[in-house]
Design a protein around this ligand. Structure first.
Ligand code: PEP
Ligand code: MN
Length: 346
């Protein structure tokens, strides 16, 4: 249950209600919301106690979210929440583009230059790769993180990379990776979620291959409960009976997520389609349906890409996606995020 107070309610009045619940064994968590006090009762509240709380004149309303997730619930915040990825604010009413190679490789710097010129805002690149086959390229690991960060600094873009193992937190922190990506295959790796929640960096949480929205939001809840400040959901296609495309892009849930969670949402049409020519129209549709951002894969020479070559875009295609995102953002009452400034030393 979420307890929402009248704006201006004193901390002491809020504390008294929390203590009442805690005295009955119900744990509570305060929202970081500044517009009004809001807190979540994590455990089930008995009906008589709920009635007692609702009769408190300082309590404006109580909301019981559909799922048992609390901190991810829309009612836990007054306004949608914002994740700050190295200065790029996702969820603040602007549309941002994440782009870069699937895997960091020897063309990382060239890719970064193209991503910057193409108009994107955040640079991606995988250093630890979750591959279906153990014989496929597994990523350059720590060295890949260094190449990614160097390339990002060179072109003035924050960077995001996938973390697969809690044991790798050290290298991610050491290389100051601006956002940690949890891949689809690890969405329910709860040990990993708990470990990275405490790192102090935003997390791009991809939807699991066959995860329901409820399961996905529970995973977001793990991050929020662990103290993560900037959780971003990423729809990347789900496994269905359809084999014509790699996965099925579930845009149906975008407007639904708006109603049930305050978290920003990015759409990755690349891993959904798996076919480069489909990604531009799907990006357009994603912004039209309300995505806060788009994540795509760009490679200077897809024939040399170490993974996901079939869905790698060229610079010109990224330019087109950014141009269309600008138009679709305007259509939906938003605008395209301004690119970060290029640092003087670059
Ligand atoms: C990726 O972003 O390169 C990736 C492996 O994505 P996903 O976890 O969505 O498959
Ligand atoms: Mn990929």
């Amino acid at each position: 249950m979420i307890i929402r107070f009248q704006p201006g309610t004193t901390a002491a009045d809020v504390q008294a209600v929390r203590e009442r619940l805690e005295s009955e064994g119900v744990r509570t968590i305060l929202s970081p919301e500044s517009a009004r006090p809001i807190f979540a009762a994590v455990d089930k509240v008995p009906p008589t106690l709920q009635a007692e709380i609702e009769s408190n004149e300082r309590v404006e309303s109580t909301v019981t979210p559909k799922g048992a997730w609390r901190l991810a619930a829309r009612s836990f915040r007054e306004a949608p929440s914002v994740a700050d990825i190295g200065g790029v604010r996702l969820g603040a009413g602007e549309v941002s583009i994440i782009a870069g190679p699937c895997s960091v490789d020897h063309l990382m710097e060239e890719a970064a230059i193209q991503v910057r010129r193409g108009g994107a805002h955040i640079l991606r690149g995988g250093a630890y790769k979750p591959r279906t086959s153990p014989y496929s390229f597994q990523g350059f690991g720590k060295e890949g993180l260094r190449k990614l960060k160097d390339a990002g600094e060179k072109v003035g873009l924050p960077v995001v990379s996938e973390i697969m193992d809690a044991a790798h937190v050290g290298p991610f922190v050491e290389h100051d990776i601006d956002c940690l990506q949890v891949g689809a295959r690890n969405m329910q790796n709860f040990t990993l979620l708990k470990a990275i929640a405490q790192v102090g960096k935003p997390v791009l949480l991809k939807r699991g291959l066959a995860a329901t929205v409820d399961e996905w939001l529970y995973s977001a809840e793990y991050l929020l409960a662990g103290g993560c400040q900037g959780v971003v959901l990423c729809e990347r296609g789900i496994r269905t009976f359809e084999t014509a495309t790699r996965n099925t892009l579930d845009l149906t849930i975008l407007p639904l997520l708006r109603e049930i969670t305050h978290l920003p949402v990015v759409v990755d049409p690349a891993h959904a389609a798996g076919i480069a020519s489909l990604i531009t129209p799907l990006s357009r549709a994603s912004v039209a349906v309300g995505a806060d951002g788009i994540a795509v894969e760009v490679h200077p020479d897809p024939s040399q890409a170490r993974s996901d070559a079939d869905q790698a875009l060229l610079e010109g295609e990224l330019v087109q996606i950014v141009a269309e995102a600008r138009v679709m953002a305007a259509v939906t009452g938003r605008r395209l995020h301004a690119q970060p400034r290029i640092p003087d030393k670059a």
